[in-house]
Design a protein. Structure first.
Ligand SMILES: NC(=O)C1=CN([C@@H]2O[C@H](COP(=O)(O)OP(=O)(O)OC[C@H]3O[C@@H](n4cnc5c(N)ncnc54)[C@H](OP(=O)(O)O)[C@@H]3O)[C@@H](O)[C@H]2O)[C@@H](O)CC1
Ligand SMILES: Nc1ncnc2c1ncn2[C@@H]1O[C@H](COP(=O)(O)OP(=O)(O)O)[C@@H](O)[C@H]1O
Ligand SMILES: [K+]
Length: 484
């Protein structure tokens, strides 16, 4: 499990650790890890030109100490001092002793244009808001000049706690972060600014609380969640998932949701709705009912909404069932908020940003700017688990106050019509197989993202290709876990 903690928690842990280790030790650990990551990126350090962007705090100090290490290994290191009167004194002395030099921002252009590598030590977890004008101008110059960029702890200008970006921010190829991930490194739009992320252990782990702000499942975590049939299993014991989806206008949504559901671990898929013939033609193993959800036979979970059009009656009927329900697409619009809040069995809502915006009464852009807040707010309002789809998929558990799961396996190739229907069937199937809503949503998103990668291999795919690749994703999760 990869975990992320917010700044307040990091600060508290840092204080406790600092009380037990010699002064300056944490910064030396951070700088050593940072310099090693830079050396790996450069391949060869000797003769390389490195520019440090140095702000007024310890983030700049980390950059200066790392710069000193690189300078001792033969790099030409130039520090651009954004706050010359408040530069980290120890770091600056170390850099100068190691042979580095300093310039003012106004005189930095030549050095930036010649640089092989720029270290962004403008601001870290002490940052507020986007970059200030002088730093923003430097960031623009770096972006134009195009050297490799390593962000120290965080790309300067992003919000560490929320992943929001207010104004301009550094874009890095690599972020070297200390002690723990911060939520902003895992949530878009900030995540996009971070590039790849390397975590340097500075000994903070033991001081961090058990419950993080965010967590990202990895193969082993998902493998432990996936249902596996045993000798006692039969199709009913494995769980039956009901899919109430599709309409005369959108029969394909029913097919795609069933395609996902058949690969999600339930023992049988029951379909209700007007697209039964189309579903059967594609998937003869589906149990098709021509009656409504109440009369369709027992299920252990329902999926309702993909391609549902205006069929509010079916949505209401499904919400009245005393089993876990996944509500997606049209179902989100048609569901009565009071009926969702009043349910006793778990509810998993799976909006994309546009659907979340409609439910919250804000714009799509507002949701995309503050994804974490939107997921938590919806989970609180509906007392439901909320899976917010998009470039980073977030799953907030009912109430919105607990740990939020973030999925890192997705690919932009998944942005194709109908791929959300596949996800709803897949996650609904996991619900029917007995996973709780948080696990079903996050394991479903994980497999779906991986299936998208395997199906795409860097080329366009249709949603049915994603569904067909779910078994490969499932095997990868299982087998890699066994190998590790
Ligand atoms: N946690 C740990 O265990 C360890 C942490 N370590 C390191 O310490 C870093 C935190 O250092 P920190 O506390 O000194 O704050 P930091 O981020 O350097 O900001 C300083 C000042 O910047 C300013 N400023 C604010 N916003 C701004 C903006 N948008 N644009 C421009 N400037 C802005 C503002 O000052 P102001 O100008 O407002 O007076 C603010 O006070 C952390 O990220 C990590 O790298 C490691 O060394 C090892 C262990
Ligand atoms: N840029 C992106 N990067 C990664 N995944 C994405 C991106 N855009 C969309 N997705 C994923 O693709 C799927 C699209 O679902 P959705 O928007 O409901 O599409 P549809 O309604 O056509 O089925 C979701 O799982 C979402 O997380
Ligand atoms: K930084």
């Amino acid at each position: 499990m990869r975990t992320a903690y917010c700044v307040e928690t990091v600060r508290r842990a840092e204080r406790e650790l600092m009380a037990r280790v010699p002064e300056g030790a944490l910064m030396q650990r951070a700088a050593a890890g940072l310099a090693a990551a830079c050396a790996d990126l450069l391949g060869r350090v000797y003769g390389r030109r490195v520019v440090l962007l140095v702000g007024s705090g310890d983030n700049g100090g980390d950059a200066l100490y790392a710069g000193a290490r690189l300078s001792r290994r033969g790099a030409g290191v130039t520090a651009v001092l954004l706050a010359p009167d408040h530069t980290h004194a120890g770091g600056l002395t170390a850099l100068l002793r190691a042979g580095g030099r300093t310039v003012a921002p106004a005189g930095a252009e030549g050095a930036v244009r010649r640089a092989d590598l720029v270290l962004d030590g403008i601001v870290g977890i002490g940052g507020r808001g986007g970059l200030r004008p002088e730093a923003a101008a430097l960031a623009a110059l770096v972006a134009e000049a195009g050297p490799a960029v390593v962000a120290v702890d965080l790309p300067s200008g992003v919000d560490a706690d929320t992943g929001e970006v207010h104004g301009s921010a550094i874009r890095a190829d690599l972020t070297v972060t200390f002690g723990t991930h911060k939520p902003g490194l895992l949530v878009d739009p900030a995540r996009e600014h971070a590039g790849s992320v390397r975590l340097v252990d500075i000994g903070l782990g033991a001081e961090l609380p058990a419950e993080p702000e965010l967590e990202a499942l990895q193969h082993a975590d998902v493998a432990a969640l996936l249902p596996t049939p045993g000798g006692e299993s039969d199709k009913y014991r494995r769980g039956v998932v009901g899919v109430a989806a599709g309409s005369a206008r959108y029969p394909g949504a029913a097919v795609l949701a069933v395609a996902g559901a058949l690969r999600g671990g339930a023992g049988a898929v029951r379909y209700v709705g007007p697209a039964g013939d189309t579903v059967l033609a594609r998937f003869p193993e589906t149990l098709v009912s021509d009656r409504g959800p109440k009369q369709a036979g027992r299920v252990q979970a329902w999926v309702v909404g993909p391609g549902a059009g205006e069929d509010a009656g079916t949505v209401a009927e499904v919400l009245a069932a005393d089993v876990p329900v996944l509500v997606d697409a049209d179902g989100l619009r048609l569901a009565d908020a009071g009926a969702v809040r009043g349910r006793t069995a778990p509810t998993l809502m799976t909006p994309h940003a546009g659907e979340a915006a409609a439910l919250l009464g804000v714009t799509r852009e507002e949701v995309e700017r503050a994804r974490l807040a939107a997921a938590r707010e919806l989970a609180a309002r509906y007392r439901a688990t909320v899976l917010l789809k998009g470039s980073t998929t977030l799953v907030a558990d009912a109430g919105g106050a607990g740990v939020v799961r973030v999925n890192a396996t997705g690919t932009a190739w998944l942005a194709t019509a109908g791929s959300g229907d596949v996800l709803s069937g897949l996650a609904g199937s996991l619900l029917a197989a007995g996973l709780n809503a948080l696990d079903a949503g996050s394991a479903g998103a994980y497999l779906h993202g991986l299936a998208g990668r395997f199906a795409a291999h860097g080329a366009p795919v249709g949603a049915h290709d994603v569904a067909a690749a779910i078994p490969e994703a499932w095997r990868d999760v299982r087998d890699r876990d066994l190998r590790d």
